[in-house]
Design a protein around this ligand. Structure first.
Ligand code: AMP
Length: 204
């Protein structure tokens, strides 16, 4: 099973991909997480780190190689879930070429849809556990007492608006590119509601 999650920041791609990882026993591959790990380790070039902090998109060349290497790892043999890649038509074309090389096909491309007002509310209240990376919402799923959490530097309202603009500029091209593989899923409501819509969309 090879799945792609596409959606604005804060649509719940990461949360839902993590649930499917458990269900299907295939890894979740999140370019944002991979890039943040490199940034924290000081191995991401400074110019790219600055683009990320400002909420902009990195050039395709900075992410395509990461995916190429990652999907060649043994734990991807049964399939994988892409979360946050592809984000541009160029990345989608690069993914097509990579999958062709290894003789694999995409099963579904899930577009999670959430209105901008809800996105901003979700993102500015988002906190990430410093040690486990777990994601919390200050009001709806607050971190347990004593847990050290932080806000991503691109999770401010101003930067979220920039990231939403980036998304608005590219998602139509992706939807067209993927045609009949696309399933649109309402990403509003609680995690279980969205999860059951996703299950239906995968089977449909
Ligand atoms: P995310 O965790 O998916 O919200 O990604 C955080 C940031 O990483 C984005 O705002 C971009 O700066 C960068 N990024 C992640 N994935 C990609 C991608 N596929 N293409 C370009 N930039 C990306």
């Amino acid at each position: 099973m090879i799945l792609v999650f596409i959606g604005p920041p804060g649509a719940g791609k990461g949360t839902q991909a993590a649930k499917l990882t458990k269900r299907f026993g295939i890894p979740q591959i999140a370019t944002g997480d991979m890039l943040r790990a490199r940034k924290a380790a000081g191995t991401l070039p400074q110019d790219l780190a600055e683009i990320m902090s400002a909420g902009g998109l990195l050039p395709d060349s900075a992410v395509v190689g990461l995916i190429r290497d990652r999907i060649a790892e043994p734990d991807c043999a049964k399939g994988f879930i892409l979360d946050g890649f592809p984000r541009t038509k160029g990345q989608a074309e690069a993914l097509d070429a990579m999958l062709k090389e290894i003789g694999r096909d995409l099963d579904r491309v899930l577009f999670l849809q959430v209105p901008d007002t809800l996105i901003v509310e979700r993102i500015v209240n988002r906190r990430v556990c410093v040690s486990t990376g777990e994601v919390f919402h200050l009001m709806y799923s607050p971190p347990p007492p004593g847990r050290e959490v932080k806000q991503r530097d691109d999770d401010t309202e101003e930067k979220v608006r920039r990231r939403l603009t980036e998304y608005a500029n590219t998602f139509q091209a992706l939807r067209q590119h993927y045609g009949s593989l696309v399933r649109e899923v309402d990403g509003t409501g609680n995690i279980e509601e969205v999860s059951s819509r996703i299950s239906q969309a995968i089977e449909a």
